[in-house]
Write a protein that binds this ligand. Structure first.
Ligand code: M6R
Length: 607
């Protein structure tokens, strides 16, 4: 979860570290800190709170002056957010920043205490610093790191400096992501690409237990035995502006607006002669027509995209699809057979539970297709077939544009599945693909009426509970709308299949409770209307999110958000934009930082 950075070069190190941490703050914002060599000594500044607090401390205390250092932004796992628990952590001659969880830290701590080490924090990371120091007896940094990491269980990405090497940074990782950026006479380490984009697009991917040494502008990468590894230099395809707000008050609003472009970039490479085309990843029609079961496995918003995918694939291709939460799937001995296809969905490609679920499904012999936004991420590298979404970096904690591009990829798969199974003719498949290609225009239209959504959000800010209701695809969409709203507005919200309410939940409905009801599916509209009449009769305030080709009974809704309509199956695309805006404005009107809601982190790299 946490974000780590490191810099060595001619620039002002503290500035580069803070700039990098700003781009990584989405990974956690419980505390922040940097450690920089100043005149040969390690000077550390760290504090509880968001990066802004640390920046103020740098102004009041004075910024460490130097050209080599490491930095950290924290999502607290072991030990509360506090100054003491903030990174960097030092013990003896070693100072580290750490992302991950050390599972055997208690026994290591006891061992180190028996050797005379003293601990001041409650973190597992301080134990790692001490353990490396313990092995530093022969003053060989490589050996110290190598020996220490071989006894660590859990996950880690580490930036390490040694007090007698003021011109070096070491880096190593296991299961937590870490890249090494290569600039002109300078080098970087970072948890993710946006942290270095302003300075370089060239980077190396560090694999598990490889140890990088950054010295001056030089980068050497060793395997665990100390042999140098020649690695290919990767080139980031994202541009600098994608990691900046560009005039928007929040990344979330910027990312909502980026959806039309993200869709075009994502689907264009997958459409050939008007047809969805997966030949590039060797996913043939023969394979598609042979799968007997599909499992979609993901977490959070990516999983909710999967639920829309299930509706689309089952409706068009008539293949049974199960959608499973990765953290449950991995421990439930899932029934996955060799003839099954497992679709893994992840924005980051680094979600710990999703990675574990993917590996399990692979072990069971299923084919794995991953839909993933971060290039060269663990999921994208380990899947049998990887479908890249091109949303660019998503920095706001609440996922928006990545959900939409995940939907698009799932639609293309559903169309091609149906074609391969001869349930759609080529013309029908092309027609659906062409309609999908026109959805960016619908999003533009939706965005042009955002003031109405903002006004309706102002009616929600005092609510304690909100319900989202819909049937079929509208229910699938309700799940995502409800997650988005509660995640960033802190209003308790639940999504229900509209027909399910009478089986218990309707007892919660009372006067003034807001009900957000989705009406985009013509075939079941009359049923949803009846359900909404039932909550209206009990005093609920109804906000209808409705396709502009659907007419609701007079007086049913207190407020209406009109959606530009398209084929019913694709309606989640314009509709989710309305729900994203509703969540965003509710959050902002409540004075919450929509980009960084409390307790959350963007990339959940621990289970
Ligand atoms: O990177 P991933 O797509 O694997 O992340 C999955 C979830 O953690 C993520 O979608 C989360 O639910 C978002 N905060 C939702 O807005």
């Amino acid at each position: 979860m946490c974000g780590i950075v490191g810099y060595i070069g001619n620039k002002d190190c503290a500035d580069v570290l803070v700039d990098g941490l700003e781009k990584l703050e989405y990974r956690g914002y419980d505390s922040a800190g940097i450690a920089v060599f100043e005149k040969g000594l390690i000077k550390t500044v760290k504090t509880k709170g968001k990066l802004e607090v640390m920046k103020n401390k740098l102004i009041s205390q004075g910024k460490p002056q130097g050209h080599c250092g490491i930095g950290h932004t924290r999502w607290a796992s072991h030990g509360e957010p506090s100054d003491i628990n903030s990174h960097p952590h030092s013990n003896g001659r070693v100072c580290i920043v750490h992302n991950g969880i050390i599972e055997n830290y208690t026994e290591l701590k006891e061992f180190l205490m028996s050797k005379g080490y003293i601990f001041i924090s409650q973190t597992d990371s301080e134990v790692v610093a001490s353990f490396i120091d313990y092995y530093y007896s022969d003053s060989n940094p490589f050996n110290a790191i190598k020996n220490a990491i071989q006894e660590l269980t859990g996950s880690f990405a580490l930036g390490i400096i040694f007090n007698n090497y003021p011109n070096r940074i070491y880096a190593v990782r296991k299961e937590s992501p870490l890249i090494v950026g290569k600039g002109e006479d300078e080098a970087f380490i970072a948890s993710d690409i946006p942290a270095i984009l302003r300075y370089t697009k060239e980077y190396y991917l560090l694999e598990n237990e490889e140890i990088a040494l950054l010295e001056g502008g030089d980068i050497k990468i060793f395997d665990i035995h100390g042999d140098i590894i020649e690695k290919p230099l990767q080139i980031a395809k994202w541009d600098v502006s994608s990691a900046q707000k560009n005039g928007f008050p929040h990344f979330m609003l910027k990312e909502i607006h980026e959806q039309p472009e993200a869709i075009v970039k994502t689907i264009s490479p997958r459409i050939k002669n008007g047809m969805p085309d997966f030949s590039e990843i060797n996913l043939t029609d023969k394979m598609l027509s042979n799968y007997s079961k599909i499992h979609i496995v993901a977490c959070g918003t990516a999983m909710y995209a999967g639920i829309v995918g299930k509706y689309a694939i089952e409706k068009l291709a008539r293949i049974p699809v199960s959608v499973e939460v990765a953290s449950e799937f991995r421990y439930n001995n899932p029934i996955v057979c060799e003839n099954d296809l497992v679709i893994i969905i992840s924005q980051s490609g680094e979600t710990a539970d999703t990675i574990a679920a993917m590996r399990l499904a692979k072990e069971k012999g299923a084919d794995i297709v991953a839909i993933v936004n971060v290039q060269y991420s663990t999921i994208s590298r380990e899947a049998d077939m990887s479908l890249q979404t091109w949303a660019g970096p998503e920095i706001a904690v609440a996922s928006t544009k990545c959900y939409t591009v995940q939907l698009c990829m799932l639609y293309l798969l559903a169309f091609r599945f149906a074609f391969a199974k001869k349930l759609l003719s080529e013309d029908e498949c092309k027609a659906l693909t062409s309609t999908l290609s026109s959805t960016p225009k619908l999003i533009e239209k939706m965005l042009s009426s955002k003031e109405n959504v903002q006004y309706i959000a102002s009616k929600l800010i005092n609510a304690e509970h909100i319900f989202f209701l819909g049937r079929g695809l509208d229910y699938a969409l309700s799940l995502e709308g409800s997650l988005k709203l509660k995640e960033i507005s802190y209003i308790h919200s639940e999504a229900y299949a509209a027909g399910e309410l009478k089986h218990g939940t309707i007892s919660l409905i009372e006067k003034g409770i807001p009900i957000i009801s989705i009406f985009t599916q013509q075939n079941i509209i009359s049923k949803t209307i009846s359900n909404i009449e039932e909550v209206k009769a009990r005093g609920a305030d109804v906000i209808a999110v409705v396709s502009d080709n659907i007419k609701l009974p007079e007086g049913l809704a207190d407020f209406i958000i009109k959606l530009p309509s398209t084929s019913d199956i694709l309606m989640p695309i314009p509709a989710v934009v309305a729900l994203q805006l509703l969540a965003y404005y509710t959050s902002v009107l409540k004075g919450i930082d929509a980009d960084k809601p409390r307790n959350l982190a963007k990339s959940v790299t621990i289970e």
